[in-house]
Design a binder for this molecule. Structure first.
Ligand SMILES: [Zn+2]
Length: 1031
């Protein structure tokens, strides 16, 4: 009988046939499951700890029932489930169905076999596909149930702080007969219905799909499975109608984004990895075509140590090319805040792990979920064996739509990587018709390339792919009217994109995310821990390397350093360092920093003891002197404070050679002492022969002069070092977002608690201090310090912070006119506009920087330096440093408490390069080390120096697996082409250039010349030099 052309009734008829809400008594969905049977017995044991299987099963289990609830949050229930399959079910497919709002893991014969999470659409564990007489009908399973959901336990909303008293309910635990023929028909009909609805009335395929589905319902008698094959044949006929040659190809890859910590602690992530990955492994057994792209070496290492059996299966599937390690980094780190050297270590630790465990390094960098991407990443990828990059987060831009999905991304040094954003704008696809259509429709590079990535599987909290996703895509392999969907791999996708790349566009500079800009500031203690621990590991590596060079008997602490680096790298995960995690995670992260500080101090002491043994050992005619060590590669003249014999601090002006040490002998008299004077109106002036400042009673600068030129930095009538408080209420993502409108709520902080007074009268150091009330109940105390010879004024700041949804900044209006400000990034710097001309300009109202930012016009500028801050902005002539936020989700206690940080202002003549702003910012971040010594005299000693101020020697470390060699990493910091000599008195036998993975470069051998090693740099080029010791 001809179909009546009533689109709506036909569509809804099919919908109702599939509905799990309506007409389940007579529709197809109602037939999905057959007979049911409860478990023979169910018992449980509860623990607050996450314990191994063997320990769990040895416990006393008490009775448990379906319908009961368990908790509170973060507890674990272990269930013992005894099952007895009715013999009448012979020949049937039997599932163990488990429904709970907690995350479950099924254990069978002491091995994890399947994750069960309702939110991840996994509620069935398949016991048998066809029950045989010979199969055991009775068996025991254990289910490990975490009392948290896929997205933690937020109270009221996903990102709210966890509800400590959440309970999870066991709503179903039973054996069921699964009717696979019904399931297959349901999937057929879902796809046809989606085609009918989504292809649109202008497309004849829409009607073909609709009438086929309608006809299938006609043919199907839900009570008589013998009618099903005819219905399936109708579907198969339409699915097998092929596309033309030009159709777009979608490369589908299984994926499971697992945040290494976010709304749950690190420890739970280990179990999330196991639950998600064991499910993938299980799926692969029945779907040999399934591929799965999996990132983060740290997560592999967790599973290796906690689930060795599962890990062995993963390695086997990786060898077959199905389970595909990607990314090359230790974790999916934040893309903005880690230092250049930290980013190198993300790749070094990651790629070495992948090489060791899987026999190859990753060829794609994989960072789908990070809040912006540094313009230095392309060079770091290329240096780590990677030419391809996949992400998608820029689809979250609030203001501007990023113009590409496939393009070449070019970094500040000119390095390029082929970059792809899955055009469906998600890394958690489900294999639906709507998603494959969006992938094509949304693709901004249509006509340039004809291939796209499609990452399917539940993500963020884990979960991963399901059988249903695969079954949907099987039907869309090559069906006229839909893009071709093939199961693929990252390598296959990028290989075809490389072939098609001749028409692609190039994007130069950073990939700035126009959202989540509060993450440069939130959780200030994590930011501070990161900066400080980067410095500690730098210093330990430098001093230990020098100790080995001086005394080959010294044991370089390679394995401790690896362990400490891995802790630091883990904390750089893209919800930890940005501060977008719950309080439990913050506590873990701060604990890791404490561990690095403690172990780092110990290692540093051991290295200094070895390096300077003769100076430190008590001598017959011992005198008290002071040893000063400099871990930076330029000579420094600075005021140090050393504890004197009576415990009081003594100041001294010292000059310490480049990456070396000196003994302080005669106090060194400054060319001009610091003068501090109080004026009649309560204001105070300070000057040191380099700069002169005038501060009002609230600690604000009314004048900041460069004495050489008499140039004034503070505009008439303005105040620099002005604190300002803003309302900070975003639209949803509390810890993440600061919105443009916060700028309209600016309130200068002007409530004085303690007026400005002199705390150090001058000489080698002058200082003043004052206190302010900030907001309703916070206080700020600042000591402003000027040292002899120092080109900057330092602000040592203490804040007792008790705010809610407020943002504290400090502002420096300066007498400089420029349309661009400069910000330090990894191994270099970049410029961003100071105006708001276009939407691309004003969307960057809050940006990030590392140790400094600078606003310069020709011949003069002012730089703002800091020791642990990242958020900043420069609008017109006002430089602002973002200090503290007070979001309440997902951590209600975020940033409440005591803070200490330092920033500094440095006016300068010439460009910031000529003025040495870069070096001064390093000096502020890497204080000289002061150690009591017992010798009166010793010549100053320098291990390394570099002939050009444009080149920064960033790191010295022992080469991986080569105790007889070190790696010295340098970069060009001015943005210039330059040749520099690396000089060292150390016994070098051989020198060669290597990549960031420390593999020697072809033709990289460097001749050892009289002047040292000759190194050629182009702008922002990073070079690594392998030096082999001759002893
Ligand atoms: Zn994420």
């Amino acid at each position: 009988m001809a179909a009546i052309k009533h689109r709506r009734t036909a569509l809804e008829r099919v919908e109702k046939f599939l509905s799990d809400t309506y007409f389940t008594d007579c529709n197809l969905r109602g037939r999905l499951f057959g007979d049911r049977c409860p478990p023979a017995s169910l018992s449980c044991f509860q623990t607050p700890r996450r314990i191994p299987y063997q320990e769990a099963v040895a416990q006393q289990f008490g009775p448990a029932q379906v319908g009961e609830s368990f908790g509170p949050t973060w507890e674990t229930c272990w269930f013992k489930v005894e099952l007895s399959i009715p013999p009448a079910w012979a020949g049937r497919e039997v599932h163990f169905v488990w429904e709970s709002d907690g995350e479950g893991m099924v254990w069978r014969d002491a091995q994890p076999v399947q994750g069960l999470t309702k939110e991840g659409e996994k509620t069935s564990y398949i016991l048998t596909r066809s029950l045989k007489e010979s199969e055991p009908h009775s068996l025991t399973l254990y289910v490990e149930l975490a009392c948290n959901g896929l997205f933690g336990a937020g109270k009221g909303s996903m990102i709210a702080p966890p509800d400590p008293d959440r309970r999870v309910t066991l709503s179903k635990a039973e054996l069921v007969v699964f009717n696979r023929d019904v399931y297959e028909l349901l999937v057929d009909l879902e796809i046809l219905l989606d085609m009918a609805q989504l292809l649109g009335e202008e497309n004849q395929r829409s009607f073909q799909a609709l009438y086929t589905a309608n006809q299938m319902v006609n043919v199907c008698d839900v009570t008589d499975p013998s009618t099903f094959p005819a219905a399936r044949d109708l579907a198969a006929a339409i699915f097998s109608q092929r596309n033309g040659e030009s159709q777009h190809t979608i490369h589908a890859m299984g994926h499971c984004h697992i945040d290494s910590a976010w709304l749950w602690p690190y420890e739970e992530t280990i179990r999330k990895c196991a639950r998600s990955w064991v499910t993938v492994v299980h799926l692969m057994e029945h779907n040999p075509e399934l591929t799965f792209a999996c990132s983060q070496a740290q997560q592999f290492q967790w599973v290796q140590s906690c689930y060795p059996g599962l890990y062995a299966r993963i390695r086997h599937l990786a060898a077959k090319g199905q389970f595909i390690p990607v990314g090359g980094t230790w974790v999916e780190m934040d893309g903005n805040l880690p230092s250049g050297e930290s980013m190198v270590r993300q790749f070094l630790q990651g790629q070495r792990f992948f090489q060791e465990q899987f026999g190859r390094i990753c060829t794609e960098f994989w960072l789908p979920d990070t809040f912006g991407y540094s313009a230095q990443l392309p060079q770091l990828m290329r240096g780590s064996g990677i030419r391809r990059f996949l992400t998608q987060k820029l689809s979250w831009n609030l203001v501007n739509s990023f113009p590409h999905h496939t393009f070449f991304w070019e970094g500040i040094d000119g390095s390029q990587v082929l970059t792809h954003f899955p055009p469906g704008d998600s890394y958690g696809m489900q294999g639906r018709v709507a998603e494959v259509l969006k992938t094509v429709k949304n693709n901004k590079d249509k006509g340039r390339v004809n291939h796209s990535a499609f990452l399917f599987g539940f993500g963020d909290g884990g979960g991963g792919p399901t059988q249903k996703m695969l079954d949907r895509m099987k039907r869309m392999r090559d069906t006229d009217g839909l893009p071709r969907v093939q199961i693929s791999t990252p390598d296959q996708l990028f290989s075809v994109l490389e072939k098609e790349s001749s028409q692609l566009c190039t994007w130069v500079g950073e990939l700035f995310l126009e959202l989540h800009n509060g993450t440069y500031t939130t959780q200030a203690q994590i930011k501070k821990g990161n900066r400080e621990c980067e410095r500690i590991l730098h210093d330990v590596e430098v001093l230990s390397s020098l100790a080995v060079a001086q005394d080959s008997a010294f044991q370089y602490p390679a394995s401790q350093l690896q362990q400490l680096w891995r802790l630091l790298l883990l904390n750089q995960f893209h919800d930890v360092l940005p501060g977008s995690c719950i309080q439990l995670v913050v506590e873990d992260a701060l604990q890791y920093y404490t561990e690095i500080r403690r172990a780092g101090a110990q290692l540093q002491q051991e290295a200094v003891q070895c390096l300077c043994r003769d100076l430190l050992q008590p001598q017959a005619c011992s005198t008290h002197s002071t040893l000063v060590l400099n871990t930076l590669a330029w000579e420094r003249t600075e005021v140090i404070a050393s504890p004197g014999p009576d415990g009081a601090e003594t100041l001294a002006l010292v000059t310490v050679p480049s990456m070396g040490y000196a003994l302080v002998q005669e106090p060194f008299v400054p060319p001009q002492p610091v003068a501090v004077r109080k004026q009649e109106d309560g204001s105070i002036t300070m000057e040191n022969g380099v700069i002169a400042v005038c501060l009002d009673t609230m600690g604000r600068l009314t004048s900041l002069q460069l004495l050489d030129s008499g140039r004034e930095s503070v505009p008439d009538g303005c105040y620099a070092n002005q604190f300002a408080l803003f309302d900070d209420v975003p639209l949803y993502w509390d810890a993440w977002d600061v919105m443009d409108y916060h700028l309209q709520t600016r309130k200068p902080v002007t409530t004085l608690l303690q007026p400005l007074e002199i705390t150090l009268a001058g000489g080698l150091r002058g200082s003043v201090s004052f206190s302010l009330q900030v907001g309703k109940s916070s206080t700020l105390t600042q000591e402003i310090i000027l040292d002899a010879t120092c080109p900057y004024l330092r602000f040592l700041t203490q804040v007792e912070w008790k705010e809610a949804h407020k943002f504290l900044k400090v502002e420096f209006p300066v007498q400089v006119r420029s349309t661009n400000a400069t910000y330090e990034i990894q191994f270099g710097h970049l410029q961003r506009p100071t105006h708001w001309n276009t939407s691309w300009d004003w969307a960057r109202f809050e940006v990030w920087a590392h140790k400094w930012l600078d606003l310069s016009e020709h011949g003069f500028g002012v730089a703002l330096l800091n020791d642990c801050k990242y958020g900043a902005s420069a609008h017109r002539n006002v430089l602002s440093l973002s200090l503290l936020r007070a979001p309440k989700s997902p951590d209600a206690t975020a940033d409440i408490g005591h803070h200490q940080f330092t920033y500094a202002v440095m006016p300068h003549q010439g460009s910031f390069q000529e003025a040495g702003v870069i070096q001064q910012a390093y000096n502020l971040n890497f204080p000289l080390h002061v150690v009591p010594a017992s010798r009166a005299q010793c010549p100053a000693w320098s291990a390394f120096s570099v002939s050009s101020p444009a080149v920064v020697l960033e790191a010295v470390k022992q080469a991986e697996d080569r105790p007889e060699a070190v790696v010295v990493r340098l970069y060009e910091a001015h943005g210039s082409t330059v040749t520099a000599w690396l000089q060292t008195p150390l016994p070098v036998k051989e020198a060669m250039l290597c990549d960031l993975l420390e593999r020697p470069l072809a033709q990289g051998r460097l001749p050892l010349e009289q002047q040292g090693l000759r190194l050629s740099f182009t702008p922002f080029r990073v070079l690594s030099v392998l030096l082999v010791w001759s002893h």
